[in-house]
Design a protein around this ligand. Structure first.
Ligand SMILES: *Cc1c(COP(=O)(O)O)cnc(C)c1O
Length: 387
């Protein structure tokens, strides 16, 4: 059939030569996936068994990233979501029913806490919080209807490392599912499934992306039953991630090991240096004995990340702490972490639903890839400015 040039714009005859073998995973964008025959059309989400049916369930770029994360975390399968918070929401919606009880550590990532209190409660889910250092004592928090037990180790800001195997043991005895936010360990420094976890999530926004320029999340499951549950919910909630962002995350993966190593060393150097300073009461870095749960980090983790918190001495006012952060020149002020730029944020735990004995004296630092001596000099001059 001869074609008008306008038709050729949509149905071209000319193509680039085939056989290009690049080292980068191609970025496949796509909503429509074409079927060979009318009878072959179907809307099944499980692209692993039926092949590709619709872009919402993943293109080869998305599914390549999912497969790589799954392999690193040693899970059964992984789903990619538009962000870490999306991964958290997906897990909760996949597993919870009205009337279920949900247990969450007090140290949980704050948007996760808000989701439980402001959304899940509206859907008839009972929510209660447990001290992150509870360990086997979780038993007294479990109820007959406890369906999910969240862990986050170390916890956000206050950094408590959890005894995940003890919590998982007790939770499994009452038939609850154990979920872990494995973002701090980048999915590589803590082998979640070997420690009794059933489902993990990560904000790939953090170390996998690694450059503060994308938002992505992952949910990794241990077995087929959880895969079915999360997969059908992923479809119905419409949690599609952008293949362009996945392509950036695939690039980030290639340098994950060297970035983590450099960041780990710099963070340890700075954490140990800060711990010796007279202005500082406490450094909350999992690899330091001063961090709650340090023994579990030592037992269960194979490395440490670049995010930790410092707590000023008791006499420090909120104003002095803010002055410290404002005086930093290399550390920028902002949310998220795990990029190449060092960051500092002062937290106020005196009035929120998440209370902490550290009140307004706590600052979370993200260590980036700047020269460690320059970062130390910056911290030193900013500490001086609080006097
Ligand atoms: C950042 C973060 C998230 C959420 O990730 P987003 O991609 O920003 O939505 C979840 N959990 C932890 C521990 C985080 O630090």
């Amino acid at each position: 059939m001869p074609k008008n040039w306008k038709t050729k714009l949509i149905h071209p005859d000319a193509h680039a030569p085939e056989g290009f073998r690049s080292l980068a995973t191609p970025t496949y964008r796509g909503s429509t996936v074409v079927f060979p025959k009318a009878a072959a059309v179907q809307d099944t989400w499980d692209q692993h068994t039926v092949g590709y049916t619709y872009g919402l369930y993943g293109t080869p770029t998305t599914l390549e990233l999912a497969a790589r994360i799954c392999d690193l975390e040693k899970g059964f399968r992984t789903f990619i979501t538009p962000g870490g918070q999306g991964a958290i929401a997906l897990i909760n919606f996949a597993f919870l029913n009205a009337g279920d009880h949900l247990l969450v550590p007090e140290s949980i990532y704050n948007p996760n806490r808000k989701l439980t209190l402001e959304v899940l409660r509206r859907f008839g889910i009972e929510v209660s919080f447990y001290p992150p250092t509870v360990g086997a004592g979780i038993q007294s928090h479990l109820r007959k209807n406890t369906r999910l037990v969240w862990c986050e180790s170390p916890g956000s800001i206050t950094m408590e490392v959890q005894d995940v195997p003890a919590i998982a043991d007790a939770a499994h005895k009452v038939g609850a599912i154990v979920i872990l936010d494995n973002t701090w360990a980048a999915g590589v420094y803590f082998d979640a499934f070997a420690h009794g976890v059933d489902v993990t999530m990560q904000a790939l926004t953090k170390y996998v992306g690694g450059h503060s320029d994308l938002l992505l999340g992952s949910v990794t499951v241990r077995d087929k039953a959880a895969y079915e549950r999360v997969g059908s919910t992923h479809q119905l909630l419409g949690c599609a991630a952008s293949p362009d962002d996945c392509s950036l995350a695939l690039r980030g993966l290639k340098t994950l090991a060297v970035r983590l190593k450099a960041i780990e060393e710099a963070a340890l150097t700075l954490a140990r240096w800060l711990a010796e300073r007279e202005e500082v009461e406490l450094v909350l870095h999992p690899a330091l004995p001063s961090c709650p749960g340090h023994v579990f980090w030592k037992r269960d983790f194979t490395g440490s990340a670049g995010v930790f918190s410092m707590v000023f001495q008791k006499q420090f006012t909120r104003q002095q702490v803010l002055k410290f952060v404002d005086s930093l020149e290399l550390f920028e002020i902002g949310y998220s972490w795990a990029g190449v730029t060092s960051l500092a944020v002062a937290y106020d735990f005196s009035s929120s639903t998440h209370r902490s004995e550290h009140g307004t004296r706590i600052v979370r630092l993200n260590i980036g890839l700047e020269d460690v001596n320059d970062l130390k000099a910056d911290l030193e001059q900013a500490l001086g400015a609080t006097k």
